[in-house]
Every structure is written in C-alpha cells, then in structure tokens.
Design a protein around this ligand. Structure first.
Ligand code: O2Y
Ligand code: MN
Length: 591
C-alpha cells in the first residue's frame, strides 16, 4: 500500500515489540468495514443492532474499569519537565517508552495489528495533519473510520516521505494498573496502552488533534483548540462563524447543533454546524483567523440527548452509528437516561438485566446507561451540518465564546475589551462541578480555554502563544464569555438555555458585524441590557434578566482571590500581560 520507507520501518519495529499474529493495512473501503464488523460480531466485541430500526448501527460494551479518559494516567513526555508544565503529568521520554514498552511487549500475541492511516482535516488541505494508528482493536478501527478520513487516499497524500504522527495503541490486558496514555511531542508520537475506550484510544481525537497539535501549533504559528464551530445565518442571509470553548458537561454538542426558537426561525435565522469539539485555526493573508474542524464524526455523550434537547443529534444517530455502554432493549434497539419510553426490561451497560427504578444496596438508583456512554456518528448525517463544513480553506471566525458552569459570578454574556483582555477571560475560565463529576459538588475548577486536560505543553507558554497570535491578526475575532447556568437563590436556572441561547449568539454576531447591538461598559467588560437582546417570544419571570446580566462586586472579589493562586503556579512562564490584566480588573473594581 505504500513506499514510505520510514512508515514501513516503524510498523516493523512496533510489530517486533507487540508480536501480533497478523498485520492488516486498512484501506478504508466499505468492504473492509463490513468484514471487520462481521469478525467483531463473531467474537462478541460488537453486537449488530436492529437493522430495520437502526440501519448500519452496532453496539459495544467496554470493560467496567474502562469507561472514560483517564487523566491521571495521561502524560506529556518531554525532555524537560518544565516544558510539560504544572498542567500535565510528566515522564521523561526514556521513562515513558520503557514503562509502556514493558506493557506492549508481546501484548498482541494471538491478535491482529491494524494499520490505520488517517487524516485530521480534509485530505490534502493545508490545515490537515496525517497520522497512522497501529491498534489491536477492531472497535478502534471502526470508530476511527467515522471520526477521521482513513485508508489508501491518506497514504497517497502522505507520499514516500511525508511527516506523520506515530500512534501505537494496544489493549494489552485492560488492567487499569497497566494503562498509560503517553504523548511524545518532541517525536510526534503517541503510545496508548491498557485501555479500549474513547479519548484514550481514538488517537486522532484528543491525543493528536489537541495535545500533539497544540504543541505543533505553538511551534508552527497556528492554534489547535478545544472548540465547537458554528455558523449563524441572519435574516439578511449573512453567515457569521463563531468558535466556542466549554468544559465538559456544559452542552457543547447541543450548542453546536442548536435549533433556533420559533420566533427567531420565522425571522429567518439558521444555525449551521461545522464541528462540535475541536478547531484548528490559522491566520490568513486577510488578517483573519480561519478554522477547520479536523474531525469527520461526533463522539457524543448519550445520556440526556433526546428529541427535545438535541433533535439534530437524534436524527444524526438513527443510522451508521456505534453505540457504546448504553441500555440494550430486547428488540435490539438502544435506550439511555433522558430518552422517552424506558424499556420494561433490558440489559444495562454491563450486560446485566436491568429495569427502570432499580436501586443498589445503598438505595441509590442504578442507571442503565453509563453516564459517559457515547455515540459515534458521521457528521455528514447531521441535519444542521453546514454545506461548507469540509471546505479545505476553513471558515473565518468572527467571535470566540468561552463559557463555564457558574451559579453566580459570571453574567449571561459579556464582551472583553480587546484581544489581550479576552485571553485573560479565556485563561481564567472556570466551571463548577456537577453531581455527575468527581470532586466536591460546586467546587470551582479553573480550565483555561477548556484546554487544561488537552494542552500538550506548559500552559504559561500557551497563554503566551495566544497573545502572540493576537499580534498577527489585523482582524481578530472578538472574545466573549457566556454563562448559561446562572441560578437564583433557590438554585433554579435563570436562563432557559438550548435554542434560546441563539438570542445571546445573535447579540454577539451583531457586536461583531455592526453597531446595532448596544452594551454598557463594566469592570469585567461590555454587558448588554435587556433591550439589547432579541427577546421576541420569550417570557422571562420578573427580575430574571436583571439578575442574569448583573455583576456582584463581592462575588468578583472572591473570584480574583481564586485567580491569584492559579496564576502563581505558572511562575515565570506566566506572561506579564496576564498579571497586568488581573491588576487591571482589580483596579476597575477598586479592590
Ligand atoms: O471519556 C472519553 O473518552 C471521551 S471524552 C470526550 C469525547 C468527545 C468530546 N469531548 C470529550 C472531552 O472530554 O472533552
Ligand atoms: Mn471535548
């Protein structure tokens, strides 16, 4: 399939380490997909779902101890520890290769090693990067086929000596004590062993497209960000593109696939999805930042997804979808918490008989689907997908939105004063933990640009990279912060969210395009008044909007106290511009 000597040599070396019985080069064809599915049905690795109701859909269960990304086992292996920064676990490259090598050794005996050439971004686009993942998991091959472009045409684009990311994955014995997710940015390599699931093993996703790509982006002068990309068409037909960063559990996929509320739809608003998770961005000659979504599929959280919360996602996952760790109904369809019509009986994500209302020994309700159960579905099947979603040139970004889950502090929306202030706003982004997450309920976790688990180098340097990128942009995106999760004193959400978020996005678009949207200057940035938002058809309880758009000096005094130690950990790697911004915020409040 290839004359790339470096690639062939590396595959040989990895095979010598892992000792598979066979090596199969994936060509990406439909026939190959069918063959692999059949093999996985035979071994039980996959189950074929009801083909009348869910054509092309399959079902997979992971090991019980292997249900999510394992941040504590994820490392950046750079020669110098400071280059990984306080935001990453660190191992020296020698130590990383040696520890993981011991687990990989002989781990593919009796198994097949699949060679998956893949492209992140349209094959041949100047934005795109090629990777090759070696894996002993058919589940991984089938997921990579949906999430990326794979096969022969990628090898053709790679040519005889093109550069690529070297990704080695092996399930080994799925023992959490022998699991490591290692990144070697200096070698453009990823080694992942001991897991069979999600972000740990689909090496094109978080490992390449964020951790390795952020490192490459810093050196090559572009940006790899944990951002959705969407386009908003206004009644005049203008489309404005926005990229948004949100930590997990903030409804990123729902926002990327937003359905306008009836009142705005009838005025002519439309929302187009470009991507739901990752944006790669470059400065072009016009001084603007242009973005692509490097993925071709969605790896979305299933629980909570339904025809009300995200009808576009629901339509997307009716065919050609891999369902992982959900409830299996007797008719071989699927179910999860948040969907209508629970089955009277079924098998839960572990394969045990399950019915709604079951409780464990402590009387706690037992979910049928794992809270991190997922769908893997082709983006092309999404009804809101933009016609230009795979344009190799990307789309021009007019606004960045940062957002977290904050019961207080952050108003519904505010605009930063300028790029440097916007980097400070994104860099101090935080979210409060929900009941579904580890840690103390309500505890504030700072997650700059939602990149804390994904930045492949020292986050102090990452802030510096953002500041440098701003200097290259003569027409930079404006930077906003949103908070859909503000509550009243009883803990009830003040903002309806979902489709109504378009009212906020519309204000953002108008702030970017012309001067038709008003705002007042405050110590944290520009905030709209209620009259500045299009509230047609939305009746809010008295006083709710005033609360949503208010800022409290006492809350911000506490916020500043939280930012100071967060910044301190970066020592002299923190750019002065960031501490200047903190000083400026304090001064404007009079602290
Ligand atoms: O838990 C996993 O392995 C998946 S994590 C994930 C998947 C899709 C999009 N985003 C994320 C994330 O953690 O940000
Ligand atoms: Mn994500």
């Amino acid at each position: 399939m290839t004359n790339h000597a470096g690639l062939k040599k590396w595959v040989k070396e990895c095979a010598a380490l892992c000792q598979p019985d066979n090596i199969v080069w994936c060509d990406g064809s439909l026939a190959e997909n069918e063959r692999l599915e059949k093999q996985a049905f035979a071994t039980g690795e996959l189950l074929q779902l009801n083909q009348e109701k869910l054509p092309g859909c399959v079902y997979h269960r992971t090991a019980k101890n292997d249900v999510a990304r394992t941040e504590h086992l994820t490392y950046i292996c750079t020669s110098k520890k400071e280059d990984a920064g306080p935001n990453n676990n660190w191992l020296s490259p020698d130590e990383g290769y040696s520890r993981a090598g011991a687990i990989f050794k002989g781990s593919m005996k009796g198994r097949t090693m699949y060679v998956i050439p893949f492209s992140m971004g349209p094959v041949g686009s100047p934005f795109s990067k090629i990777g090759v993942e070696l894996t002993d998991s058919i589940y991984v091959v089938l997921n990579m086929r949906i999430m990326t472009s794979i096969g022969k045409r990628v090898l053709d684009a790679l040519g005889d000596n093109g550069e690529f990311t070297h990704g080695l994955h092996g399930k080994a014995d799925l023992d959490v004590n022998r699991r490591l997710i290692l990144h070697f940015p200096e070698d453009n390599a990823i080694w992942s062993v001991g897991s069979g699931y999600g972000g740990n093993v689909l090496l094109g996703k978080k490992c390449l497209s964020l951790r390795i790509a952020s490192y490459l982006g810093r050196d090559e002068g572009w940006m790899a960000e944990h951002m959705l990309i969407l386009g908003i068409q206004d009644p005049k037909g203008n489309i404005t593109y926005i990229a948004g960063a949100f930590p997990s559990a903030c409804g990123k996929t729902n926002l990327a696939m937003l359905v306008p509320p009836e009142a705005l739809k009838s005025k002519g608003y439309r929302v187009f999805t470009i991507g739901d998770d990752i944006a790669w961005m470059r400065v072009k000659k016009d001084g603007r930042l242009w973005a692509i979504n490097p993925e071709t599929g969605f790896f979305g959280v299933v629980p909570g997804t339904n025809w009300k919360t995200n009808p576009n996602a629901m339509s997307t996952i009716q065919k050609n979808t891999i369902y992982t760790n959900v409830v299996l109904r007797p008719d071989k369809t699927v179910w999860w918490e948040g969907l209508d019509n629970p089955p009277t009986n079924g098998l839960d994500w572990t394969g045990q008989p399950w019915k709604p209302g079951m409780v464990d020994a402590d009387g706690k309700s037992v979910p049928g689907a794992h809270p991190n159960s997922r769908f893997t579905a082709p983006a092309s099947q999404c009804p809101s997908i933009a016609p230009n979603w795979q344009d190799p040139e990307g789309v021009p970004i007019s606004a960045f939105i940062f957002g977290g889950r904050r019961a207080r502090v952050a108003p519904l929306v505010y605009e930063s004063f300028n790029w440097q202030h916007g980097v400070f706003v994104g860099g101090t982004m935080a979210s409060e933990r929900t009941a579904a997450q580890y840690g103390k309920l309500g505890e504030v976790r700072r997650d700059p640009m939602a990149m804390l688990p994904f930045c492949g180098y020292n986050m102090g340097d990452y802030f510096g990279h953002w500041l440098r990128m701003g200097k290259k942009l003569t027409n930079p995106p404006k930077i906003f912060n949103v908070n859909w999760f503000r509550t009243d004193d009883n803990g009830t959400f003040l903002w309806p969210g979902f489709g109504d978020n378009l009212r906020v996005l519309d204000w953002i678009v108008r702030r970017c395009r012309d001067s038709s949207a008003g705002a007042s200057e405050t110590p944290i940035g520009y905030i709209p008044e209620v009259k500045d938002l299009d509230m047609t058809g939305l009746n809010m309880p008295a006083g709710a909007m005033d609360k949503l758009l208010s800022i409290s000096k006492e809350d911000w005094a506490e916020e500043v106290k939280g930012i100071e130690p967060f910044f301190t950990q970066f020592g002299d790697r923190l750019p002065k511009a960031m501490s200047d911004e903190l000083k400026g915020l304090k001064k404007r409040f009079g602290f």
